[in-house]
Design a protein around this ligand. Structure first.
Ligand code: KIV
Length: 287
């Protein structure tokens, strides 16, 4: 088996999977990224197949707890859920770099515990790296993981696993003290060896300051265009998650409505005995 890489990164139809090093290399310190890094969440094999060639990175986000399982927060998501969905996405992704989110409670207690949980995710899913939430307080863990072969994507600003501590999902960095703390968090994660960092729910000035301050790509969600890339929950832009639509989401499709309409037509056909028709029946005589 050859372990020799074949060719290029996104933008020029890569013939191999995009790696975390490719993603990190997109940031040129001082000038930023030539072309924004395109990231999106994915939870299932079919969705990964549909999106694989369009994006640079797919994140198996713990947002799946809310989007797929109907939970109120991401706190109830388990390691087993993330591993199962990570495997599913890996089956559907051939080109995009796949990162799996670490669920609440599996990495905060100690670097050693975090390593065990992350190593399981990497070994069982085959993903390229993990994402974890937190700032300066997680830097020691990020260093522990990255120095032992586990690529880490950080996540600062509005960190949904701390929703109770933060008092809700409001944008962060509105005061100078809070803004400075988020910049400090991002710097600590970058210095600890993360290959990129998600900035969620902050003012543009905060995202711009971080993007300027760190040598790794910043990936924004609700954090303005002043980031090296963007990430979004796929179901939000496709109209498949109806519970609420955050201000930073732009709708590109209304698939939820399409599903309702299609199923209504199916139901009407069954009730009127129009389905199944001759085309859907084995051995039916041609009329
Ligand atoms: O869980 C998730 O989907 C995320 C992204 C929105 C960044 O963390």
């Amino acid at each position: 088996m050859s372990t020799t890489p074949q060719s290029g990164t996104s933008g020029s139809a890569p013939s191999r999977r995009i790696t975390v090093r490719d993603i990190a290399a997109r940031k040129v310190p001082g000038t930023g990224t030539a072309e924004p890094i395109v990231c999106i969440t994915a939870y299932t094999t079919p969705m990964a197949r549909f999106m694989d060639k369009q994006v640079d990175l797919m994140l198996v986000g713990d947002s799946l707890g809310m989007v797929v399982y109907g939970m109120e927060t991401t706190l109830g998501v388990t390691l087993e859920m993330m591993i199962n969905h990570g495997k599913a996405v890996m089956r559907g992704a051939n080109q995009a770099c796949v990162i799996v989110d670490m669920p609440f409670g599996t990495y905060q207690a100690s670097p050693a515990e975090a390593f065990k949980a992350c190593a399981r995710v990497m070994a069982e899913t085959g993903c390229a790296g993990i994402k974890l939430e937190g700032g300066a307080e997680m830097a020691e863990t990020v260093r522990f993981l990255t120095s032992r072969g586990i690529p880490v994507m950080g996540h600062v600003g509005l960190t949904p696993q701390s929703v109770h501590q933060l008092g809700g999902y409001r944008a962060r960095g509105r005061t100078n003290v809070e803004a400075d703390a988020i910049v400090t968090d991002a710097k600590a994660i970058a210095e600890a060896g993360a290959f990129s960092v998600v900035i969620e729910g902050t003012l543009e000035s905060v995202a711009a300051a971080i993007t300027q301050a760190v040598d790794i790509p910043t990936i924004g969600i609700g954090a303005s265009p002043s980031c090296d890339g963007q990430i979004i929950v796929a179901e939000d832009i496709l109209g498949l998650f109806g519970t609420f639509t955050p201000k930073f989401v732009k709708r590109y499709a209304d698939l939820g409505e399409d599903v309702t309409k299609a199923v209504a037509r199916y139901a009407a056909d069954v009730r009127a005995r129009r389905f199944p028709g001759p085309d859907q029946v084995f051995g039916a005589k041609k009329r």
